[in-house]
Design a protein around this ligand. Structure first.
Ligand code: SAM
Length: 211
Protein backbone atom coordinates (compact mmCIF):
# COMPACT_ATOMS: atom_id res chain seq x y z
CA UNK A 1 0.00 0.00 0.00
CA UNK A 2 1.64 3.23 -1.15
CA UNK A 3 1.46 6.18 1.23
CA UNK A 4 -0.02 9.40 -0.11
CA UNK A 5 2.46 12.31 -0.13
CA UNK A 6 2.03 14.63 2.85
CA UNK A 7 2.83 18.18 1.56
CA UNK A 8 4.03 19.62 4.90
CA UNK A 9 6.08 16.58 6.01
CA UNK A 10 9.57 17.56 4.81
CA UNK A 11 9.28 21.11 6.14
CA UNK A 12 7.94 19.85 9.46
CA UNK A 13 10.75 17.31 9.84
CA UNK A 14 13.30 20.14 9.53
CA UNK A 15 12.05 21.75 12.74
CA UNK A 16 10.99 18.66 14.70
CA UNK A 17 12.48 18.33 18.17
CA UNK A 18 12.48 14.55 17.93
CA UNK A 19 14.28 14.11 14.64
CA UNK A 20 17.84 12.89 14.96
CA UNK A 21 19.60 14.09 11.82
CA UNK A 22 23.00 12.56 12.60
CA UNK A 23 22.24 9.25 14.31
CA UNK A 24 25.86 8.07 14.08
CA UNK A 25 26.80 10.92 16.44
CA UNK A 26 24.93 9.13 19.23
CA UNK A 27 26.48 5.71 18.68
CA UNK A 28 27.15 4.27 22.15
CA UNK A 29 25.41 7.24 23.82
CA UNK A 30 21.72 6.57 23.18
CA UNK A 31 21.01 5.57 26.79
CA UNK A 32 22.30 8.93 28.00
CA UNK A 33 20.57 10.79 25.20
CA UNK A 34 17.17 9.34 26.18
CA UNK A 35 17.90 8.99 29.93
CA UNK A 36 16.88 5.38 29.92
CA UNK A 37 18.00 1.97 31.13
CA UNK A 38 16.78 -0.07 28.19
CA UNK A 39 16.62 0.81 24.54
CA UNK A 40 13.96 -0.25 22.04
CA UNK A 41 14.30 0.34 18.30
CA UNK A 42 11.32 0.10 15.96
CA UNK A 43 12.24 -0.31 12.30
CA UNK A 44 9.66 0.89 9.76
CA UNK A 45 7.57 2.78 12.33
CA UNK A 46 5.21 4.27 9.72
CA UNK A 47 3.23 7.08 11.36
CA UNK A 48 4.76 6.31 14.75
CA UNK A 49 1.77 5.30 16.87
CA UNK A 50 3.38 2.09 18.20
CA UNK A 51 6.57 3.72 19.52
CA UNK A 52 4.57 6.59 21.00
CA UNK A 53 2.10 4.29 22.80
CA UNK A 54 4.85 1.94 23.98
CA UNK A 55 6.87 4.91 25.32
CA UNK A 56 3.81 5.90 27.37
CA UNK A 57 3.24 2.32 28.55
CA UNK A 58 6.90 1.83 29.52
CA UNK A 59 8.10 5.20 30.84
CA UNK A 60 11.40 3.63 31.97
CA UNK A 61 12.27 2.62 28.40
CA UNK A 62 13.61 4.66 25.49
CA UNK A 63 12.22 4.21 21.97
CA UNK A 64 13.94 5.05 18.73
CA UNK A 65 11.64 4.91 15.73
CA UNK A 66 13.19 4.50 12.27
CA UNK A 67 11.27 5.27 9.09
CA UNK A 68 12.59 5.97 5.61
CA UNK A 69 9.39 7.44 4.16
CA UNK A 70 9.28 11.21 4.71
CA UNK A 71 5.49 11.52 4.58
CA UNK A 72 4.96 8.84 7.23
CA UNK A 73 7.82 10.11 9.39
CA UNK A 74 6.58 13.69 9.15
CA UNK A 75 3.32 12.53 10.73
CA UNK A 76 5.26 10.51 13.34
CA UNK A 77 7.44 13.52 14.19
CA UNK A 78 4.39 15.74 14.73
CA UNK A 79 2.78 13.13 16.99
CA UNK A 80 5.97 12.77 19.03
CA UNK A 81 6.45 16.53 19.39
CA UNK A 82 2.89 17.03 20.57
CA UNK A 83 2.97 14.38 23.27
CA UNK A 84 4.38 14.74 26.78
CA UNK A 85 5.91 11.22 26.60
CA UNK A 86 8.15 12.57 23.87
CA UNK A 87 11.29 12.85 26.02
CA UNK A 88 12.07 9.17 25.68
CA UNK A 89 11.46 9.11 21.94
CA UNK A 90 13.72 9.80 18.99
CA UNK A 91 13.07 9.54 15.27
CA UNK A 92 15.55 8.59 12.58
CA UNK A 93 14.44 9.27 9.01
CA UNK A 94 16.77 6.99 7.08
CA UNK A 95 16.93 3.55 5.51
CA UNK A 96 17.66 1.07 8.31
CA UNK A 97 20.22 -0.60 6.04
CA UNK A 98 22.78 1.58 7.89
CA UNK A 99 21.63 0.52 11.38
CA UNK A 100 25.05 -0.80 12.38
CA UNK A 101 26.53 2.68 11.97
CA UNK A 102 24.15 4.25 14.47
CA UNK A 103 24.33 1.82 17.39
CA UNK A 104 27.27 0.38 19.25
CA UNK A 105 27.72 -3.35 19.66
CA UNK A 106 25.24 -4.60 22.27
CA UNK A 107 23.59 -1.19 22.74
CA UNK A 108 20.02 -2.19 21.82
CA UNK A 109 17.74 -4.33 24.02
CA UNK A 110 14.72 -4.86 21.79
CA UNK A 111 14.10 -4.48 18.05
CA UNK A 112 10.48 -4.22 16.91
CA UNK A 113 9.50 -5.22 13.38
CA UNK A 114 5.85 -4.38 12.90
CA UNK A 115 4.07 -5.24 9.66
CA UNK A 116 7.25 -4.92 7.64
CA UNK A 117 6.91 -4.71 3.87
CA UNK A 118 6.82 -8.35 2.67
CA UNK A 119 8.67 -7.89 -0.66
CA UNK A 120 7.23 -11.19 -2.01
CA UNK A 121 9.32 -11.27 -5.19
CA UNK A 122 12.57 -13.17 -4.81
CA UNK A 123 14.58 -10.49 -6.58
CA UNK A 124 13.66 -8.02 -3.82
CA UNK A 125 14.22 -10.44 -0.92
CA UNK A 126 17.23 -8.39 0.23
CA UNK A 127 14.87 -5.55 1.14
CA UNK A 128 13.01 -7.68 3.69
CA UNK A 129 13.86 -6.56 7.21
CA UNK A 130 14.52 -10.20 8.11
CA UNK A 131 17.01 -10.84 5.29
CA UNK A 132 20.71 -11.65 5.87
CA UNK A 133 22.28 -8.20 5.93
CA UNK A 134 19.68 -6.86 8.37
CA UNK A 135 19.93 -9.89 10.69
CA UNK A 136 23.73 -9.61 10.81
CA UNK A 137 23.36 -6.02 11.97
CA UNK A 138 20.71 -6.96 14.54
CA UNK A 139 23.09 -9.54 15.98
CA UNK A 140 25.76 -6.88 16.23
CA UNK A 141 23.72 -4.13 17.92
CA UNK A 142 21.59 -6.31 20.21
CA UNK A 143 22.72 -6.91 23.80
CA UNK A 144 23.46 -10.52 24.83
CA UNK A 145 19.95 -10.97 26.18
CA UNK A 146 18.45 -8.81 23.41
CA UNK A 147 15.41 -9.83 21.43
CA UNK A 148 13.42 -9.16 18.29
CA UNK A 149 9.66 -8.81 18.50
CA UNK A 150 7.93 -9.28 15.19
CA UNK A 151 4.27 -8.92 14.14
CA UNK A 152 2.82 -9.34 10.67
CA UNK A 153 -0.37 -10.19 8.80
CA UNK A 154 1.67 -11.89 6.08
CA UNK A 155 2.03 -15.67 6.44
CA UNK A 156 4.77 -15.98 3.82
CA UNK A 157 6.89 -13.26 5.43
CA UNK A 158 6.31 -14.85 8.83
CA UNK A 159 7.49 -18.31 7.66
CA UNK A 160 10.52 -16.79 5.93
CA UNK A 161 11.46 -14.71 8.99
CA UNK A 162 11.11 -17.55 11.50
CA UNK A 163 13.43 -19.73 9.41
CA UNK A 164 15.91 -16.89 8.90
CA UNK A 165 16.15 -15.93 12.58
CA UNK A 166 16.48 -19.57 13.66
CA UNK A 167 19.16 -20.06 11.02
CA UNK A 168 21.13 -17.23 12.59
CA UNK A 169 20.98 -18.87 16.03
CA UNK A 170 18.10 -16.94 17.60
CA UNK A 171 15.89 -18.88 20.01
CA UNK A 172 12.13 -18.79 19.51
CA UNK A 173 10.84 -17.39 22.80
CA UNK A 174 7.23 -16.73 21.90
CA UNK A 175 5.08 -17.65 18.91
CA UNK A 176 1.43 -16.97 18.06
CA UNK A 177 -0.56 -17.33 14.84
CA UNK A 178 -3.52 -15.32 16.19
CA UNK A 179 -1.94 -12.92 18.66
CA UNK A 180 -5.00 -10.72 19.18
CA UNK A 181 -7.32 -13.65 19.87
CA UNK A 182 -6.50 -12.89 23.48
CA UNK A 183 -6.05 -9.52 25.17
CA UNK A 184 -2.47 -8.26 25.14
CA UNK A 185 -2.47 -5.01 27.07
CA UNK A 186 1.34 -5.20 27.32
CA UNK A 187 1.75 -4.56 23.60
CA UNK A 188 0.49 -1.52 21.66
CA UNK A 189 -1.49 -1.87 18.43
CA UNK A 190 0.12 -0.35 15.32
CA UNK A 191 -1.75 1.59 12.63
CA UNK A 192 -1.60 -1.32 10.18
CA UNK A 193 -2.49 -3.81 12.88
CA UNK A 194 -5.68 -1.88 13.75
CA UNK A 195 -6.84 -2.25 10.13
CA UNK A 196 -6.20 -6.01 10.09
CA UNK A 197 -7.93 -6.49 13.43
CA UNK A 198 -10.95 -4.60 12.09
CA UNK A 199 -11.06 -6.93 9.07
CA UNK A 200 -10.84 -9.97 11.37
CA UNK A 201 -7.47 -11.06 10.01
CA UNK A 202 -5.13 -12.98 12.31
CA UNK A 203 -1.91 -11.36 13.50
CA UNK A 204 1.21 -13.54 13.50
CA UNK A 205 3.74 -12.77 16.20
CA UNK A 206 7.09 -14.15 17.26
CA UNK A 207 9.77 -13.15 19.74
CA UNK A 208 13.34 -14.17 18.94
CA UNK A 209 15.88 -14.23 21.74
CA UNK A 210 19.53 -13.67 20.85
CA UNK A 211 20.88 -16.19 23.40
C1 SAM B 1 3.66 -1.66 5.98
S1 SAM B 1 4.31 -0.27 6.77
C2 SAM B 1 3.99 -0.58 8.49
C3 SAM B 1 4.05 0.66 9.33
C4 SAM B 1 3.90 0.44 10.85
N1 SAM B 1 4.97 -0.39 11.37
C5 SAM B 1 2.57 -0.18 11.19
O1 SAM B 1 2.53 -1.35 11.58
O2 SAM B 1 1.55 0.54 11.12
C6 SAM B 1 6.05 -0.59 6.66
C7 SAM B 1 6.90 0.65 6.85
O3 SAM B 1 8.26 0.26 6.92
C8 SAM B 1 9.04 1.25 6.25
N2 SAM B 1 10.31 0.62 5.85
C9 SAM B 1 10.45 -0.45 5.03
N3 SAM B 1 11.75 -0.75 4.87
C10 SAM B 1 12.45 0.15 5.61
C11 SAM B 1 13.83 0.38 5.84
N4 SAM B 1 14.76 -0.38 5.26
N5 SAM B 1 14.21 1.39 6.66
C12 SAM B 1 13.26 2.18 7.23
N6 SAM B 1 11.93 2.03 7.04
C13 SAM B 1 11.52 1.03 6.25
C14 SAM B 1 8.16 1.69 5.08
O4 SAM B 1 8.52 2.96 4.59
C15 SAM B 1 6.78 1.66 5.73
O5 SAM B 1 6.42 2.92 6.25
Amino acid sequence: MRMRKVPWAVEYLEKSQRLEKEPAKWKGKWHNRLHTKDLHVEIGCGKGQYSLDMAKMYPESGFIAIEKNESASGIAAKKFDEDPAEKKLALIVEDAADLGEWFKEGEVDVIHLNFSDPWPKKRYAKRRLSSDSFIRQYLQVLSDSGRIEMKTDNGALFEYSVLMFLDYGFRLKDFQVDFRKEEHPEDAITEYEAKFIEKGQPIYRAVFQKK
